[in-house]
Design a protein around this ligand. Structure first.
Ligand code: ZN
Length: 141
């Protein structure tokens, strides 16, 4: 059972993020990086903002992250989420890959308990049809 209702809109991969979502379907979190200078970036883009190379490689940030910032959503921005509020939208950053931040959900935590800098760990949300979405929960104390 997925974290949000099945009516929640699914990812719609395009030419730039198709590889990202394909990795997620394999429960592998990988971010795009420049194969020329190594600069990691997310969301995926066709050109490196540092050196303008179009050469691409994929790097793994690991499953540990920290909360960079977050907000508590009280007003659902889609009708399918009406019963899911309040939920937490967070931006997480990775000690192993400091250049990248990921917009995600912080789950398994009451909104009042989430803190900036809080350590969180990746879990894979099965949204059906072979697709998984990366979400994060607080590390066990
Ligand atoms: Zn580059």
């Amino acid at each position: 059972m997925s974290y949000f209702p099945q009516e929640m809109p699914r990812p719609e991969p395009d030419r730039d993020d198709r590889e990202f979502w394909a990795s997620c379907a394999q429960q592998q979190l990988r971010f795009q990086a420049c194969a020329a200078c190594g600069t990691a970036r997310h969301p995926p883009r066709p050109i490196c903002h540092q050196c303008h190379s179009t050469a691409v490689k994929w790097v793994e940030p690991g499953s540990r992250a920290t909360v960079y910032t977050y907000c508590v959503v009280h007003h659902p921005n889609h009708p399918a989420l009406a019963a899911s509020v309040p939920y937490i939208v967070g931006v997480v950053e990775f000690p192993a890959l400091p250049a990248v931040r990921l917009v995600t959900n912080i789950t398994d935590s009451a909104p009042a308990q989430v803190r900036i800098g809080m350590p969180v760990s990746l879990w894979w949300d099965d949204i059906g049809d072979g697709q998984y979405v990366p979400r994060f929960r607080p590390d066990s104390p």
